[in-house]
Ligand binder design. Sequence first.
Ligand code: MSP
Length: 549
Amino acid sequence: MAAPKAFGVALELFVRHCLAGMSKTFYLTTAIDYTNSPPHIGHAYEKVLADVIARYHRLKGDKVFFLTGVDQHGQKVQQSAAKAGVAPAEFVKGVTQKFVELWKKLDVKYDEWAETISPRHKKVVQGMLQRLFDAGQIYKDKQTGYYSVRQEQFLTDKERGADGEFGPEWGQVEFREEENYYFKLSQHKDWLLRYIDHRKDAVIPDFRQTELRNAIERLSGDLCISRPRSRLDWGIELPFDKDFVTYVWFDALTNYISFAGYDPTIDNYEKQPQEFRDRWTNEALQIIGKDILVPAHGIYWLIMLHAVGFPDDAMSQLLVHGWWNISGAKMSKSLGNIVDPNVLADKYSPEAVRYYLMSDIATGKDSDFSEERLIERYNADLANNLGNLLNRTLNMAHRYRDGRLVSSADVEFADNSSFAKLIQTDVEQYFDSFAYYLVDDALERATNLAQLCNLQIEVCAPWKLAKEQDNQRLDQIFFGLSEALRIIAILVSPVLPKAAHGIFDQLNLKIELSGKEERFALKDAEWGKLPDGHVVGKPVPLFPRIETN
Ligand code: MSP
């Protein structure tokens, strides 16, 4: 007998729901870095932040697709290549390699690598431009006015100084008349305002959404999207006029969809390949620095997506991070204060750099970079606190109880509070911190727990308990401390994957998965998972102190 129709529909919905749940992917992207000079600490921060968020989602059991890459076209690259006396293609190859090597060194594990010179990307950029041109969204116009050769832009009276002149920052300024192509940006202003007002978390943190909203209110005029080939050759040719290349943003921003499987010939989002729709949902998270929210991502990008047919419920979310400064000032080549993450990683270890970059800045805010702080935090939080806890726990467990653990339903601290409860609260707070991408807060949960455990050792003094032959209390203490260490390892694993493996190795846990990310799962971050009778390993120093003279 055939199933009643309503039941059939419910079943189909249920199956669809399950399938959707199964295939749902957490998609995250970063800004793609200019390849006119090698990576600095700001680039490293953003990519490590994205890697940590990606690892956190995998820890939760989510399927993740993490895209990062490089922005290879444009005037600056063309100029840097000319200065170096090599062709732009060769020049970007060299710089790109430096980025790839750095991400490998810093353990930034991405799923797809975006290079804007790739044919796959060019096809999507040109496809989108053609569609917008056919739809009357792109037009040709002539612009006449003062033009800054150095900054590559037409200047308006707003750029004049108090003396009515254009300042030295603009370099050589000349009067120009130039034809270019324009995208009808301002036509979409009302839509963008509505969208932003409707989605309160379109941009995180909140104050950046407010900043964006104010900027949209002021939006006027359209966006110049081309440069005549005679001036700029290193770019993607406009599909409808081979005398022009597309300039900066249409090329760069499109990477987010071109490397995720977007088909530019299909104007309906619903008809895009399933693989793309699994990735590109309203939960796709785009991590960018504060300098490229307005106007690039918050205005140009959202309007571009809207104009090529993305519905409002398929708009990505923007996570805007702050900047690392040097003594309050911007890092810059001219000031000679660029910090090279390669040098730091070689000197202190890649994980020391990851830890510093994740623990000494609040996501969304700025911070001052200081090598002394890096050393200070590493020594205090990792060497003296977590490393010491691991070392003492394993040492004493072996000395007093042959390394064998006796499982316990719960263990009390000296003040009668419960280890299990404390751990549960800590894990919940860790979860909350990550919900707002506050990685520094999340890390603090783990280091606080380690600190409490160290304190516990001081208060309980296992060496005294051993003298008194209070084996029951000793067993309780070592079980509690080992459980805490196991959970701390899980919690720090997104930031310190190697150290987390080190802790598990020494605890003698899941050895068959050593080195593999699957070894850690957030669902295991709860009390009581160490088996009764488990024998822990011998301690090996995990975070050797950084000595400074
Ligand atoms: N190529 C463009 C982005 C195109 S995205 C489609 C670009 N490149 S960049 O190399 O200048 O910057 C790349 C990212 O690094 C940006 O998100 C930027 O905010 C970030 N940072 C650059 N300097 C930084 C610091 N000093 N501190 C933290 N992040 C910084 O813009």
